[in-house]
Design a protein around this ligand. Structure first.
Ligand code: ADP
Ligand code: AMP
Length: 220
């Protein structure tokens, strides 16, 4: 994925992509709710491009020579929100690269937006979203999953101390964005406690209700 070498100049007066031309579904939910797991299933069946904001930030963090690496590392370990200019630019660059190289125009943008200002800035300058797929999961279930994932993930934030901070950020900073979209009738909520396959059945049903169906052929 393309790195972020420079931050955007003056704000655009309209989004780079229109909702008629490009489909953006934001995928939200607490840390460990199963967003990545469900996105992988949707990619295989529907042919979406999955862009995880967290993955894009980790990639930039590890990119030799990145001017933002140290800053990103700090925010991720503390479970706080990386400044929107960097995050939005990474997502926009990844979308443009996907459209140009793969010709795909349907995106699951996972873990984004995690703050109200991000949501508004992205929709005004990059692309309006179609709706928000929200995975609803109790904290104790998410904590157990993350501690389990931490045994093999190698992630600096899959430990008890960072998880606690991530939950706090989720409730205090990210949920207000979900509440905003809820009032707009744009949140598709799915309970995420059952097995991945059971959760996925509900996802498929709810996407169908929003006019999105899987093509017959599988995408691998
Ligand atoms: P997120 O992307 O929301 O942080 P992940 O998809 O990475 O969450 O899932 C977190 C962990 O929980 C992973 O180890 C994953 O295998 C596991 N997991 C995901 N969904 C479920 C589920 N429905 N039931 C049990 N474990 C799950
Ligand atoms: P995730 O991989 O989604 O669990 O995200 C890991 C960490 O990356 C978060 O705790 C944040 O520090 C950072 N991050 C992920 N998504 C965003 C975002 N949309 N905006 C800012 N920071 C983010």
């Amino acid at each position: 994925m393309p790195a972020v070498d420079s931050l955007p100049g003056p704000k655009r007066s309209k989004p780079l992509y229109s909702a008629d031309d490009v489909t953006v579904i934001f995928v939200l939910g607490g840390p460990g709710a199963g967003k990545g797991t469900q996105c992988a299933k949707l990619v295989a069946d529907y042919g979406f491009k999955h862009l995880s904001a967290g993955d894009l930030l980790r990639e930039e963090q590890d990119r030799p020579g990145s001017q933002f690496g140290e800053m990103i590392k700090h925010y991720i370990r503390e479970g706080t929100i990386v400044p929107l200019e960097v995050t939005i630019q990474l997502v926009e660059n990844a979308m443009t690269a996907t459209i140009e190289k793969e010709g795909k125009r349907m995106f699951l943008i996972d873990g984004f937006p995690r703050k109200m200002d991000q949501a508004l800035a992205f929709e005004a300058t990059v692309c309006p979203s179609r709706f928000i797929l929200f995975f609803d999961c109790p904290e104790d279930v998410m904590q157990e999953r993350l501690l389990n994932r931490g045994k093999t993930s190698g992630r600096s934030d899959d430990n008890a101390e960072s998880i606690k901070k991530r939950f706090k950020t989720f409730i205090e900073t990210s949920m207000p964005a979900v509440d905003y979209y809820e009032k707009e009738g744009k949140v598709v909520k799915v309970k995420a406690v059952d097995s991945p396959d059971e959760v996925y059945e509900v996802v498929k049903r709810k996407l169908k209700e929003r006019g999105i169906e899987a093509p017959k052929l599988k995408f691998v």
